[in-house]
Write a protein that binds this ligand. Structure first.
Ligand code: UDX
Length: 466
């Protein structure tokens, strides 16, 4: 690890992170590695014990290295005690989960519980920073609640949403493309910005991150960080609108893909063509099975609820959700067109995670597709490089799906479907595989293979819009 000289300004800030999920652990480990005393509070003993041993309880490239660095430097304090953390903290970052409720509203129970515990234990003049994604308007009501709980201390509330992606959480936290800080008190906003500037200076002392984890960590993709000082509601709305807009882009690409299938156009060429327009951009225009994960589905539903609660509608978002939820069925139909009735057909599904680079299966469209195939009578074997049964405990994947430990083990099947965009699937030895696939068809529901090359091997190739 490169040597980093602490900036004096940081000696006066002591930070508590509440919640050791993707956001909290990554940010906390980086702060401590950058020389700032940081408490990481979580009520889950197992998570805290794992962190104390110098590693994370979930996989994220580079995270373990930073946790170890934080622990070795004596500046990272994982703890279950709010009292211990808050006795000398000047700033707290709330990074707790915001699961969705069945009606689409966001469950804010952890947001309020964390704020309450923090308030009871905080010193005077604490700056309470909300990093969790919350519906617009939440900040104002959390602050009111905090003031009700304690009127003897001054509390400043800041909204500072997080934009990291799973699989590149460390990189995104080190080199954010933007930092949004919403608050009413200018000097507190400036103190938060100073922390980010400090962390960025530290991050810039790394120049070989790409060596180990490939293109997701390419330092050539670092852009200059932009800082936005806004009101609290604006900051809240920036976060959910950004995710909703990206969801719109994906659904738009998926819609065009369905027309490409009918018209003989190649959707990848179409997206290259439109994405070259700087006003549009190429990113998030990759069609396939649709979006999943812990953020997009929940944030879009939460934003729709905010519209509804405000007596408004947002039909564009409704359409994006509908397009997205239809994609697994769209791919199912492709399978049916190739195999006819699916009862007793043997299918190999490659991928279960909601995207590559993660073991996360929350709202994974791959799982939705697997269940649709099972409902239609097919026998499914599935393989994912990072996902095992334990990971699927909370997901509703049909018990009848046979999870393979290795892809070499595949028995003879009737068709192969790629459901997650793992690079590993590109480099499979498709040539050797050919005789195992009775129909000779590969359905590439993530458009990751090269159609021409696969066809040269004698397969029939079907992508989404290709
Ligand atoms: C997202 C946002 O990108 C991030 O800024 C926010 O903080 C959290 O939510 P994440 O859920 O980790 O991050 O994954 P992301 O890489 O954005 O992908 C989301 C889903 O969209 C995945 O299922 C992915 O497969 C799908 N996707 C993405 C597409 O289908 N097509 C695309 O072009 C891009």
């Amino acid at each position: 690890m490169p040597v980093f000289n602490k900036l004096n300004i940081m000696n006066k800030e002591i930070i508590t992170i509440i919640g050791s999920g993707y956001v909290g652990t990554t940010f906390g480990a980086l702060l401590a590695a950058a020389g700032i005393k940081t408490y990481l509070v979580d009520l889950d003993e197992k998570k805290i014990e794992t962190l104390k041993s110098g590693k994370s309880y979930f996989f994220e490239p580079y995270l373990d290295e930073f946790i170890k660095k934080g622990m070795d430097s004596g500046l990272l304090y994982p703890t279950m005690s709010y009292e211990e953390a808050f006795k000398d903290s000047t700033i707290a970052f709330s990074c707790v989960g915001t699961p969705d409720l069945p009606d689409g509203n966001v469950n804010l129970a952890y947001i309020y519980a964390a704020a309450e515990e923090a308030t009871r234990n905080a010193k005077n003049d604490i700056i309470y920073v909300q990093k969790s994604t919350v519906p617009v308007g939440t900040g104002r009501s959390v602050l009111e609640k905090m003031k009700e709980i304690r009127s003897d201390i001054d509390i400043t509330y800041i909204s500072n949403p997080e934009f990291l992606r799973e699989g590149s959480a460390m990189f995104d936290t080190m080199y954010p493309d933007r930092v949004v800080v919403g608050g009413d008190d200018k000097s507190s906003v400036e103190r938060i910005i100073k922390i980010y500037e400090h962390v960025l200076e530290f991050s810039k002392t790394f120049n070989s991150l790409e060596d180990k984890y490939g293109s997701a960590f390419s330092t050539t993709s670092i852009t200059e960080t932009k800082y936005f000082e806004t009101t609290i509601p604006s900051a809240e709305l920036i976060k959910v609108s950004a995710n909703a807009f990206l969801a719109l882009k994906i659904s738009f690409a998926n819609s065009i893909a369905t027309l490409s299938d009918k018209s003989g156009a190649n959707v990848a060429e179409v997206m290259d063509g439109i994405g070259a327009d700087k006003r549009i951009g190429r990113s998030f225009l990759y069609p396939g099975l649709g979006y999943g994960g812990g953020c997009f589905p929940k944030d879009v539903a939460g934003l729709q609820k905010s519209f509804e609660n405000a007596g408004l509608t947002n039909p564009i978002l409704d359409a994006a959700v509908e397009v997205n939820s239809n994609m697994p069925a769209y791919v199912l139909n492709k399978v049916k067109q190739e195999l006819g009735e699916l009862s007793d057909k043997n299918i190999l599904l490659l991928g279960l995670a909601f995207k590559s680079g993660t073991s996360d299966c929350r709202k994974s469209p791959a799982i939705k597709l697997a269940n649709l195939l099972v409902e239609n009578g097919a026998n499914i074997s599935a393989f994912d490089p990072q996902v095992d049964r334990e990971e699927l405990k909370h997901e509703k994947l049909s018990e009848s799906v046979n999870i393979l430990a290795e892809v070499d083990e595949i028995p003879s099947v009737d068709i192969v479907i790629i459901a997650t965009e793992w690079p590993e699937f590109k480099s499979l030895n498709w040539k050797n595989f050919k005789d195992n696939v009775s129909s000779g068809v590969i359905i590439d529901a993530r458009n990751i293979l090269n159609k021409k090359e696969i066809e040269k091997l004698g397969y029939k190739y079907l992508g989404v819009g290709i």
